[in-house]
Design a protein around this ligand. Structure first.
Ligand code: 8X3
Length: 260
């Protein structure tokens, strides 16, 4: 049985691009009210327009920096004026900064990753929970990563914060069990978005190498799965999804077909 997402209120962080923007459009196509937030507000306007065109019941956007409690509080107070209830919260904001080993790591990169991928999830969830706890079946979907399950060289901080976020998901599920709020994580492997470009600090050649010779997951693949997880009936919680492209059997086992 599938739950209808029509008329549901969906709030997505990191909604200006990648998984967040694709997710917003996918929920819009289901007839949901879509609310997106991110730091890059100029991009949000365009994504909101695309959500309206895709069939959203309504589409809204607001500036949000998940690294700032004041920004999170301001965004969620604005959200409260739009709707007294939130059916789906997607904690998608995050990303990786740098591929340095620990020996060469930069404090600024580590701190940015801790803020966006870990504390940001806690902050946004804390602020949004009062809109969700009154309705059993509402759903928190955290976007994690294969990096939260398996460590790799150059990923100490990113793998660490994604592992931490996975434990936030698990702890929240225990805390919210009695009020019927579902808590899920969707953990992708290689997915072709701006992720690698950000990780390599704008070096498009290095970023392209990450996806060379494989058909990586797309933002739309992730968005489809978000919608699937959110459209299960209220008594069904898809706790954890680890999702990889077929060419990636494991973090270090990637079958690349590269023309000579
Ligand atoms: C992104 C996937 O494999 O680059 O979270 O860590 S990976």
């Amino acid at each position: 049985m599938k739950a209808d997402l029509k008329g549901k209120w969906v709030f997505i962080t990191g909604g200006s691009s990648g998984f967040g923007a694709a997710g917003a459009k996918a929920f819009a196509a289901e007839g949901a009210h879509v609310v997106i937030a991110a730091r890059r507000t100029e991009r949000l306007q365009q994504v909101a327009d695309e959500c309206t065109a895709a069939g959203a019941a309504s589409a809204h956007y607001h500036a949000l920096d998940v690294a700032s409690t004041a920004s999170v509080e301001a965004c969620v107070s604005w959200l409260r004026n739009l709707t007294p209830r939130l059916d789906v919260l997607i904690n998608n904001a995050g990303g990786a900064h740098g591929v340095d080993t620990v020996a060469d790591g930069k404090d600024a990169d580590w701190e940015a990753m801790v803020q966006s991928n870990f504390i940001g999830v806690l902050r946004v969830t804390r602020a949004a929970l009062p809109l969700m706890t009154g309705q059993p079946g509402s759903l928190i979907l955290n976007v994690g990563s294969i990096a939260g399950h398996v460590a790799y060289e150059g990923g100490a901080a990113y793998c660490g914060v994604k592992a931490a976020a996975l434990q936030v998901t698990r702890a929240l599920r225990l805390e919210l069990c009695t009020v019927g709020v579902r808590v899920c994580t969707l953990d992708p492997g290689l997915a072709e978005t701006e992720f690698a470009l950000v990780r390599f600090k704008g070096d498009s050649v290095k970023a392209a190498k990450v996806y060379e010779g494989i058909q990586a997951l797309t933002a739309e693949d992730i968005a489809d799965t978000m919608v699937w997880m959110a459209s299960r009936p209220p008594h069904v919680c898809i706790d954890e999804v680890l999702m990889k492209c077929t060419a990636q059997a494991a973090v270090h086992k990637i079958h690349r077909v590269i023309a000579k």
